[in-house]
Write a protein that binds this ligand. Structure first.
Ligand code: PMP
Length: 448
């Protein structure tokens, strides 16, 4: 089907102005780390559709699994019965060293091991819906209302998750009253806090930042709401839209202890950091503690809409039948794609590749930092952020546009001057090299 340029332009103009967009291109196909446009341009995609196509565009195994499932059953509604791909997915997720291994060690709740060794699951469509499911679960189970979030966090654009999002005011401005009971504490953004908490070595800055943020958490309890009113603390272990900022391991461990002490459920929003993005199945794997609820989406099904939450059965099964679910929750084709995604990640060593390519990328960026106005290079695995120095005058947007002109899709993030690298987990060494070259020449061109 060919369309004239003018009908294409008219259709585009009918899309809501509320959608922000990096490029004007129309994509016709994708393969691995590349996207091709209807004009025949091929672009290196270091956005992965915002951390979704972790197995690369249209991975053959994922495509084959989805095609096969579509030919058998597309919609197996969860309030009507079970469908096979969801049961297969539950098995795949629950392997001892599989994706949900980070749910193994119990907190103050009886852990998965206490009720048969397997986490319990609920599937949804999008990240925001899954975050809301986690909050509803926490409120219902604890009979408490408060939801503690961290400054700079992003949890979605629905009314509920918009109220929990503090990465940028655009997500809330003009949209009216927020969900009541949301409390905000600082996130340990080590690079930013050095302005306030002083310099020293990286380790010293980190320790001071973590001590400060823990003290602020205690202040939340004495100034904003007592622990007896707080159902859950929702944290992205690596902030996404807030600037690709990993929390120091000591903070996540201390937050775990703090939540346990105050009987506040710890919810890890791993919508962006999950499914191999950080080189572990989940970022929580790097920290050695379990959240009470894990929220996942994006990378799980390589682009098919699927999200969900995992929790110990003792928590998940507090939900009365009928209180959770939705028409498309845990779609059969999406679940089949997720099973194939997990298998491809395992068989093709994508987690190990994410570690190796992440080191290559951060190493290359650290080299560039020596001659370019880069203030901070940070990240875990292939979730890599670059923050420019304030003296550069706000160049991140111009850099992403210059990268686009030179053949690479790269996204800005945060209210600070930051770009984020999100290549697929099976990106090659040469592709990372290409990305670094395009980035370096783009920054040079913007500064020229
Ligand atoms: N949580 C986090 C950490 C996210 O990065 C996102 C999406 N960027 C969401 C929640 C919301 O997911 P969705 O857009 O699928 O609703």
């Amino acid at each position: 089907l060919s369309r004239s340029v003018s009908t294409l332009r008219s259709a585009k103009s009918q899309l809501s102005s509320g959608i922000g967009r990096l490029s004007p291109h129309t994509f016709s196909c994708g393969s691995g780390s590349f996207l091709t446009t209807t004009c025949g341009l091929t672009l290196l995609d270091f956005t992965s559709g915002i951390g979704v196509t972790n197995t690369g565009h249209s991975h053959p195994r994922v495509v084959a699994a989805a095609q096969k499932q579509a030919g058998r059953l597309v919609h197996g509604q969860v309030n009507v019965g079970y469908h096979e791909p969801m049961l297969d997915l539950i098995d795949g997720l629950s392997e001892p060293a599989g994706p949900l291994a980070c749910m193994a060690s119990p907190s103050f709740l009886p852990g998965p091991h206490a009720d048969g060794g397997r986490p319990h699951l609920f599937f949804w469509n999008s990240g925001a819906e899954a975050v809301e499911a986690a909050v509803k679960l926490a409120r219902h189970a604890t009979r408490k209302q408060g939801v503690l979030v961290f400054q700079g966090g992003y949890h979605g654009r629905t009314l509920g998750t918009m109220s929990m999002t503090t990465s940028k005011n655009i997500y809330r401005a003009g949209f009216g009253a927020n969900l009541p009971g949301v409390l905000v504490a600082p996130f340990p953004y080590v690079h930013r806090y050095k302005e306030h908490l002083g310099g020293g070595t990286e380790e010293e800055r980190e320790e001071r930042t973590v001590d400060f943020c823990m003290a602020q958490l205690d202040l939340v309890l004495s100034q904003q709401a007592p622990a007896s009113d707080i159902a859950c603390a929702v944290i992205e272990p690596v902030q996404g839209e807030g600037g690709y900022v990993p929390a120091p391991a000591s903070f996540i461990r201390r937050l775990r202890e703090w939540c346990t002490k105050h009987e506040i459920l710890m919810v890890a929003d791993e919508v962006q950091s999950g499914f191999g993005r950080t080189g572990g199945w989940f970022a929580m794997d790097h920290y050695g503690v379990s959240p009470d609820v894990l929220v996942f989406a994006k990378g799980i099904a390589s682009g098919f809409p699927l999200s969900g939450i995992a929790a110990p059965g003792s928590l998940m099964n507090t939900q009365p039948p009928g209180s959770m679910g939705g028409t498309y929750a845990g779609n059969a084709v999406s679940c089949a794609a997720a099973v194939a995604t997990i298998a491809a990640m395992q068989d093709e060593g994508m987690l190990a590749n994410a570690v190796a390519r992440g080191e290559q990328l951060r190493g290359g960026l650290a080299e560039l930092q020596k001659r370019l106005p880069i203030a901070d290079v940070r990240g875990l695995g292939l979730m890599v952020g670059v923050e420019f120095e304030p003296a550069a005058g706000g160049i991140a947007g111009a850099v992403t546009q210059e990268c686009l002109a030179r053949g690479m899709l790269l996204l800005q993030t945060s209210v600070y001057d930051t770009v984020r690298f999100i290549p697929p987990l099976n990106v090659s060494e040469d592709e990372v090299k290409m990305g670094l070259e395009i980035f370096a020449s783009s920054v040079d061109a913007v500064l020229a």
